[in-house]
Design a protein around this ligand. Structure first.
Ligand code: SAM
Length: 330
């Protein structure tokens, strides 16, 4: 085995978390999620992704999230999960999904070694859900229902959109309590090329943008007792609270109003083999050749080069971003 130092960036942040997009295809069309340009290279194969994770594990990557596009559209994904779960040093594998294919796949994903599931759900009202992403809420709810049979740690991610679903926050807290689910409220992030909402969504309404979590928390505190807690996870991107002295936990992810760059431990890998050190930065470092040559030393060098290029902080507050969420993965 190569003797190599851990993956530290110039700010001395240690990178331990790799988010891997396995496809930029999606079966939903969220009004705020941008597509980006058509990908030129072909998708990394499962063996290539496994080779990359294997090399990354040797420099301290221990946590993997599978994302997309919609990751469950990638055929036979359980095979990849299984291959990654066998890599020494990888101790947490999670996925972010819209949940549509969980009824058929949750069981095999669990057996393959998937530890945790985040499910995106932006509304509990069928018409509003459809307005946001063009989909049918029954698919997402069924996915959540089945996932609960297999996974203890399920997080529901809701992106709060002004004038669209911001009146549903309390309903989401009640939904979390009733179904024993952890709900997290996400601030809407700008995209490099703002997506064009589907005509049926009514583009005018979407122009109002997002809501800051600070505002949401202040409003909720008028009605709920929110007790701030530590997440227990190093580098957690969320602020966590207990609701009304119960065990119910809710989280707030505030990349715009309260960036967590100083403790960022992440790097991203696109489905076509580019490393992205910061979701909002411009830097793209290709692993494609190193991995298709099967050159582990070169893969590791490329990770170090990407870490070197990780910017100290994004400038989302100034609306600056190179993010094309659908091809990078949330
Ligand atoms: N298709 C999967 C899903 O729906 O969860 C995974 C990919 S999706 C890009 C991952 C997450 O990013 C979703 O929770 C989605 O709501 C979030 N997301 C996408 N665009 C966003 C934006 N502009 N601001 C905040 N969150 C965004």
């Amino acid at each position: 085995m190569l003797s190599v130092p851990f993956l530290n960036d110039k700010q001395n942040r240690r990178i331990t978390y790799l988010r891997i997009s396995v496809t930029s295809d999606c079966n939903l069309q969220c009004s705020y999620c941008a597509t980006g340009k058509k990908q030129k290279n072909s998708l990394l194969s499962f063996d290539e992704i496994t080779r990359i994770v294997n090399a990354a594990s040797k420099i301290g990557i221990s946590k993997i999230r599978i994302t997309g596009g919609e990751p469950l559209l990638r055929e036979n994904l359980s095979k990849l999960i299984n291959q990654i779960s066998e890599i020494k040093g990888i101790n947490d594998i999670s996925i972010t999904t819209n949940g549509y294919r969980l009824p058929e796949l949750a069981s095999e994903l669990k057996s393959a070694g998937l530890n945790r599931v985040n499910i995106s759900l932006d509304s509990l009202i069928p018409e509003v859900y459809k307005k946001i992403n063009g989909g049918d809420i029954r698919n997402a709810l069924k996915g959540i229902h089945v996932a609960k049979k297999y996974f203890d740690d399920i997080r529901i991610n809701m992106v709060v959109l002004r004038g669209i679903n911001d009146n549903e926050i309390e309903n989401f807290i009640a939904f979390g309590e009733k179904n024993n689910l952890t709900v997290r409220f996400l601030e809407l992030m700008p995209n490099k090329n703002p997506p064009t909402p589907r005509a049926s969504a009514g583009s005018e309404t979407f122009k109002k943008g997002g809501l800051s979590n600070e505002t949401i928390i202040t409003n909720l505190q008028k009605k709920y007792k929110l007790t701030k807690i530590e997440s227990g996870e190093k580098s957690s991107s969320a602020d966590w609270f207990l609701v009304n002295n119960t065990k119910q936990k809710i989280g707030f992810i505030s990349p715009v109003s309260k960036p967590f760059c100083a403790s960022c431990n992440r790097m991203r890998l696109t489905a076509t083999g580019e490393l992205i050190p910061c979701l909002h930065g411009e830097e793209r470092i290709s692993l494609y050749k190193a991995v298709s040559d099967g050159n582990e030393e070169e893969i590791i060098k490329t990770f170090h080069s990407a870490a070197e290029q990780k910017i100290s902080a994004h400038q989302l507050d100034k609306g600056k971003t190179s993010c094309e969420m659908k091809s990078i993965g949330g």
